[in-house]
Write a protein that binds this ligand. Structure first.
Ligand code: SAM
Length: 159
């Protein structure tokens, strides 16, 4: 599979999982946290799927398309490992983390802190959607609602 095909498959799984989860999140209280604004495509998608829901977005810097930049009060700049700590206990309904790099060694470093952080941000019954696996006793992996292969994008529920 070429990198282009792999990318398309990952984005298809991402979209399918986010669509599935947004229908569930719409029925529950709680913030949505977007870890990694990037170009803002998934922020834009979440905003469309969850109208009226507060979405707080984290990144090192703003590099998004102008149509997809959060309001200043919902944008947190800096290293997520540090900045998101202030939100621990917020009982978010959904945390979406798209901060994988495609490099196993770098993603292995992220895996040492990201699952714990996400578990402490979510309410019980809330959802984590991630581009990298989330290995944590409080994050129960769910089958991804997509026809793409299971390792493309990951869905967990906070137990
Ligand atoms: N989901 C986004 C979209 O649809 O446009 C793409 C996100 S992009 C793949 C990842 C973003 O996460 C980058 O903008 C990068 O700066 C940010 N990022 C990655 N690791 C980070 C960290 N540890 N702290 C802050 N930002 C981080």
């Amino acid at each position: 599979m070429s990198r282009l095909e792999n990318f398309i498959s990952r984005m298809t799984a991402q979209r399918d999982i986010l669509d599935h989860v947004c229908a569930e999140v719409a029925k529950m209280e709680g913030l949505v946290l977007e870890l990694g604004l990037g170009n803002g495509r998934t922020f834009h998608h979440l905003r469309e799927r969850l109208p009226g829901r507060r979405i707080v977005v984290f990144d090192r810097e703003v590099g998004a398309h102008t149509s997809s930049i959060p309001e200043a009060e919902n944008l947190v700049l800096g290293e997520i490992r540090e900045t998101a700590r202030k939100f621990i206990g917020i009982e978010a309904a959904l945390v979406h983390a798209d901060i994988g790099t495609g490099y196993d060694d770098r993603d292995a470093v992220t895996a040492t802190w990201l699952p714990d952080l996400i578990a402490s941000l979510l309410r019980v019954g809330g959802f984590a959607v991630s581009g990298t696996p989330l290995d944590h006793p409080l994050l129960k992996r769910l089958p991804a609602p997509t026809s793409e292969p299971a390792d493309r994008y990951f869905l967990c529920k906070r137990v």
